[in-house]
Design a protein around this ligand. Structure first.
Ligand code: CAP
Ligand code: MG
Ligand code: MG
Ligand code: MG
Length: 489
């Protein structure tokens, strides 16, 4: 055991100078939880497997501290002096410590980072989002519903014009937002630049017909940063400001790619696609970190939006507690995580202004979501603008995707407790028997039914597109698991 890393009951960890983390740890055979906890604290801060003679009093002051252990549940709380992290607001650096070598050390049979807490002073050093859902709402002039979107399917294999034609259909059917799928890049049969050019033409046509603004999220993930920037710049040169977002495959491209985009393009919606996260977030996987942790780091990094899952309603693994906790951590000024209460303010939660804002937000969330629709535009200003913006880390939009279709929308809305999210449906739209335009209409109709409190079966009696969608998805149920009941989050 590396005893110098064990400071059980140390209250000083709450003084704002520490990042706090909680891990679930299963020790390798023959070791105690204390043994392994201190090994992990050492390896993830100043130490290694054996004490070195080259330590200095200052280096020792940077030791992580194991400050709480729950033997029964195999939980270990560790505090990290946040000044050990790169002073440049660097997410990959933090994760290299607290989600790095520790997963490979032989003392560990299992180790999962479940929750993390960032103190207010630390938040000042990180970018956080700049362009938010409210900016997108302003561009689209859509305040009374989630942003309703689609991913073009098939996932890959369409030519630029075929691709853009489907985007056009979705927009003309009333949809707001279209995204590239996660593997879209610069393929020979669908060159990136031609795809962008075709989308612009399709968007202009759709806007002319509908008289509404539309948004497209372009996947700028690339082999290297220069190419990523070239692709992003190309999009900016072709598209109107506000009409495009940048999608980045944040797990496979990495946190540096996410932060590079955030810093280069603060005035563009940054869309974090998390393909690959299941390898380390899935509940049954004992090594890695949770969806909640991933989402919190995405907000810290400055993603305008990140996928947070369908709470068990759709096709991807995930339950309502995990996904809804993550979504709230993305959205709310104060979010109760699995273990920590996070206030996304750069000043102390004890400050009375911040407490008042938190209370106001609490009250808003208690209201019926349908009753608050008309006030949304004003609330946005109230929250993020009339208060001193520099003191609050703006929200990250939950992006809800994966096996959703019009018949599942109401269930998800009720589970989510807010309309502040973007939803994207792939198969849920393009498999409509009458095509993509009808698929988009069915989504809008499903939303209107929910808003008016009418069951979709009833509403479908005089809404043909919805009726066909219900019929189709009843016959083609792919969802094999049921949503777990929503626990208290
Ligand atoms: C959804 C999707 C998204 C997943 C990612 C897909 O398509 O485009 O990538 O939602 O999962 O390819 O599966 P469908 P998550 O609407 O056709 O299912 O959002 O959980 O990160
Ligand atoms: Mg090393
Ligand atoms: Mg996809
Ligand atoms: Mg699909």
């Amino acid at each position: 055991m590396q005893i110098e890393y064990l400071l059980l009951g140390d209250k000083s960890v709450e003084n704002g100078r520490y990042l706090l983390a909680v891990f679930k740890i299963i020790p390798a055979d023959g070791l105690t939880l204390e043994d392994v906890a201190t090994e992990i604290a050492a390896e993830s801060s100043t130490g290694t497997s054996i004490k070195v003679g080259s330590s200095t009093p200052f280096s020792v002051s940077n030791n992580a501290k194991v400050y709480e252990i729950d033997e029964q549940n195999n939980l270990v709380w560790i505090a990290y002096p946040w000044e050990i992290f790169d002073s440049g607001g660097n997410i990959q650096n933090i994760l290299t410590y607290i989600a790095g070598n520790i997963f490979g050390v032989s003392e560990v049979k299992a180790c999962k980072l479940l929750d993390v807490y960032f103190p207010p002073e630390m938040l000042c050093r990180y970018d956080g989002p700049n362009y938010t859902l409210d900016d997108m709402r302003g561009y689209l002039n859509v305040w009374d519903k989630p942003i309703l979107g689609s991913i073009i399917k098939p996932k890959i294999g369409l030519t630029p014009t075929q691709y853009a034609e489907l985007a056009y259909d979705f927009w003309v059917g009333g949809g707001h937002f279209v995204k590239n799928d996660e593997p879209q890049a610069d393929q020979s049969f669908c060159p990136f630049k031609s795809m962008v050019d075709s989308v612009r033409i399709a968007m202009d046509r759709a806007e002319q017909i509908t008289g509404e603004g539309k948004v497209h999220s372009f996947n700028v993930s690339a082999p290297d940063y220069d190419t990523m920037i070239q692709r992003a710049d190309y999009v900016a040169s072709v598209m109107k400001p506000g009409s495009y977002a940048y999608l980045i495959d944040g797990i496979t491209a990495g946190w540096m790619a996410v932060q590079t985009l955030r810093r280069h393009y603060p005035d563009t919606f940054l869309h974090f696609h998390r393909a690959g996260h299941g390898a380390f977030t899935r509940e049954e996987n004992p090594i890695g970190f949770s969806v909640e942790v991933l989402t919190k780091f995405a907000r810290l990094a400055g993603a305008s939006g990140i996928h947070t899952g369908t709470a068990g309603v759709g096709k991807m693994s995930g339950d309502s507690r995990t996904d809804i906790t993550a979504a709230h951590q993305a959205l709310r000024l104060q979010s109760q995580g699995l273990y920590f209460n996070q206030v996304w303010s750069k000043i102390s939660e004890k400050d009375t202004d911040i407490s008042q804002l938190v209370e106001k937000e609490e009250n808003r969330w208690k209201e019926n979501i349908k009753d608050t629709l008309k006030e949304r535009k004003e609330l946005k200003r109230d929250f993020y603008f009339t208060s001193d913006t520099a003191r609050i880390v703006p929200k990250t939009t939950p992006i809800i995707s994966g096996g959703l279709n019009p018949t599942l929308l109401a269930k998800f809305l009720d589970t989510m407790g807010t309309i502040d999210f973007i939803t994207t449906m792939g198969a849920g739209v393009h498999s409509h028997p009458k095509g993509t335009q009808a698929g988009a209409k069915a989504v809008l109709q499903a939303y209107d039914a929910w808003k008016e409190g009418i069951d979709i079966q009833e509403y479908a009696k005089d809404h043909e597109e919805l009726a066909l969608a219900i019929d189709f998805f009843e016959k083609n149920k792919t969802n094999t698991h049921k949503a777990k009941p929503l626990e208290d989050v």
